[in-house]
Design a protein around this ligand. Structure first.
Ligand SMILES: *Cc1c(COP(=O)(O)O)cnc(C)c1O
Length: 462
């Protein structure tokens, strides 16, 4: 016991330690972060003494650990990572990457005043929703449009406005869960509607909808099964068939499309995802979709369709709680404007560019990455064919053939290397495949390639 006490007495006081650290060129670091790091590391020193093992105090080690802790705490918690997974819309990695030039507009709007809710023509109060409404109606062919915080909020607002206290008919094959938190039955409950499930998991017919319509019915809802596919003996009721049912009974037809595809990817030979415009043409009264999936913009929920229904939503007090913020609006308007020139949209919107990148370009990119890696004993690099995905719960079953570099290092296991990469200054997120760490180049920028090469060349030295 006395032994431990005397060891404890060797430990520096927090104040003393803070003075030593201050000498280490940490002038820009908030004092409170240095203090917390000193407290934390001195406390862990104390715990080591109490645990009773062999103990040797080293002031230098302690300073080193405190500095590392200060550096860790002094960097933003939300930061850039390198996506080497080949999954273009990775929900955990922030989904869509915005177009590069958007940052200039965002910087200006964020550091100045703007006409967010002000009409420059008349000097009167304006609406934030107007900034993108015309663009959206033009791009999708809809009568009106409204944007909110995300697509979950969009569906919630639509259901609450049009069908609160009423029944909403949905096919059993479309009761989806998306990314854990969004489940159709739950969102239905939250918006005060009663879910009426019709049909079976694999087959739903037009008559299933018709037979369940009563005086309590408020809407027909179709949900795009965007993150899975039912294959085999299946049948779903198309939008135009549902439209006929809705019209006959005066019910709105709502389509939760999930992903907001604005240009036809079928033209690139990728999947068979419907565009927003085609859903409206087929008869949906309202289509809801995300801003940060195939649209390639910021997190947002977009509602397009009938002017009458959208007018009702604009009057709903809920809208205030779901409203989109000005920086998101800035990014959304910028992204949407790129679609005014459809021939260059796929070049300028990173999500589309990455999805449509020709295979030979990816091979060339992987070869270039390979050449940036220096030969070292015990380290193996090889260019490999890979299969990536669009991700973000869109286009299941569509594989994106790609190229990447597989890495093995004798001195560290694939798991170990993957974990070191995650802890890099710029974290690199990669997959493990057949005992190799695999970096898919589809989702990596040129700068990412250099950064990853720098890391691997250093790690390869052991
Ligand atoms: C992704 C998705 C949602 C949720 O959208 P968020 O923008 O993430 O809120 C809802 N419905 C469908 C069909 C989706 O694919």
């Amino acid at each position: 016991m006395t032994d431990k006490n005397s060891l404890m007495r060797q430990l520096p006081k927090v104040d003393e330690m803070m003075r030593s650290i201050a000498l280490e060129g940490m002038d820009d670091v908030p004092a409170v972060l240095i203090k917390l790091a000193c407290q934390k590391e001195i406390e862990s020193e104390r715990q080591r003494i109490l645990s009773g093992g062999p103990y040797q105090f080293s002031q230098d080690d302690l300073i080193k650990r405190i500095k590392a802790e200060v550096e860790k705490q002094n960097q933003p918690h939300l930061r850039k990572v390198i996506n080497a997974t080949g999954i273009v819309l990775h929900t955990n990695l922030g989904r869509a990457r915005l177009p590069q030039m958007v940052s200039e507009t965002m910087e200006e709007i964020s550091s100045s005043y703007s006409n967010l809710e002000y009409q420059l023509e008349t000097g009167e109060r304006g609406s934030r929703y107007e900034h993108v409404e015309q663009l959206l109606t033009f791009l999708t062919g809809s009568e009106a449009a409204l944007v909110v915080n995300n697509n979950a909020a969009a569906v919630y607002l639509v259901l609450s406005t049009l069908a609160q206290g009423k029944e909403v008919i949905v096919s059993r094959g479309e009761l989806v869960e998306i990314g854990g938190a969004f489940r159709v039955p739950e969102i239905m409950k939250a918006s005060g509607c009663t879910l009426v499930e019709v049909g079976t998991t694999n087959k739903t017919h037009k008559r299933d909808y018709e037979e369940h319509i009563t005086e309590h019915t408020g809407a027909l809802l179709k949900v795009h099964t965007s993150n899975y596919k039912i294959i085999g003996f299946t049948e779903e009721v198309s939008l135009d068939q549902m439209k006929a049912v809705g019209e006959k009974h005066g019910l709105p037809l709502i389509y939760d499309l999930g992903s907001g595809l604005m240009v036809d990817l079928k033209a690139y030979g990728i999947g068979d995802e419907p565009t927003v415009r085609s859903c409206l043409e087929q008869g949906a009264d309202l289509v809801c979709f995300s801003g940060d999936k195939l649209l390639g913009g910021p997190q947002a929920g977009i509602i397009v369709g009938s002017a009458e229904y959208i007018k009702q939503m604009k009057k709903n007090h809920l809208l205030r709680a779901l409203r989109i913020d000005k920086l998101t609006l800035t990014a959304l308007e910028y992204t949407l404007r790129q679609y005014l020139s459809p021939e260059t949209a796929a070049e300028r919107i990173p999500t589309l560019k990455m999805i449509t990148e020709p295979l030979e370009n990816l091979k060339e990119k992987a070869d270039r990455f390979y050449r940036m890696l220096t030969e070292q004993p015990g380290v193996q690099y090889e260019v490999v064919e890979t299969v990536g995905q669009i991700g973000g719960g869109t286009m299941p079953g569509v594989d994106l053939s790609s190229y990447g570099v597989g890495v093995t290092m004798e001195h560290v296991s694939a798991d170990g290397l993957e974990s070191m990469m995650r802890k890099n200054r710029v974290p690199i997120i990669a997959r493990i495949w057949k005992d190799k760490v695999l970096l898919d180049v589809r989702t990596m920028s040129d700068q990412d390639l250099s950064e990853a090469a720098e890391f691997l060349n250093m790690a390869g030295r052991g």
